[in-house]
Design a protein. Sequence first.
Length: 189
Amino acid sequence: MSHADDLMRAAELFSPVGAGAGSKREWSVAQSMARRAVLTPGLPAAALPVESFYKSFGARRSGFAATAGHYRSDAARHLELLYTSAGIGPLPREFAAMPDHLSLICEFVSLLLEAGNTEAARQVAYDHLDWMEAYDERLNSVRADIQAEVAQTGAAEGTLSHELLIEGIDELLDAARGVRRVREELMAS
């Protein structure tokens, strides 16, 4: 599988749009459960793959600019400029508040690779995928919380759904690790 293919797999799996009517993609039960629990804002297990949530808001290292966890950071605005300069836009409304969503970044780097612009792909990956380790940590934390809940309930009703949810989170983790691997390989080349 090529780097572009790995990135497109991750883009599809993490997309908030998902497999809807007319989509060629069918989600497994585990993937559907994980996507619903982890990729839905406001839910307790939410781990949204948005760069602004894992990096400081702005270039200044003090005050509000030094905080993370907000939509529309400097990174998001930078990506909007890159998309516009590449002739991409407008963004789908699902991404309006988050141009730095992992799905969009992966699709953009994949597009650059497929166009033969490896240097630009490397720069975007360097600038905008450096938060993937923190995202892995968040997914692992959600996974551990669910495992602890399963341990507390034992064989009680709902354990199968928890196990499927863990399986789905493992698939998200695998895709996120694939993105990290692509970034590392681009940096090394």
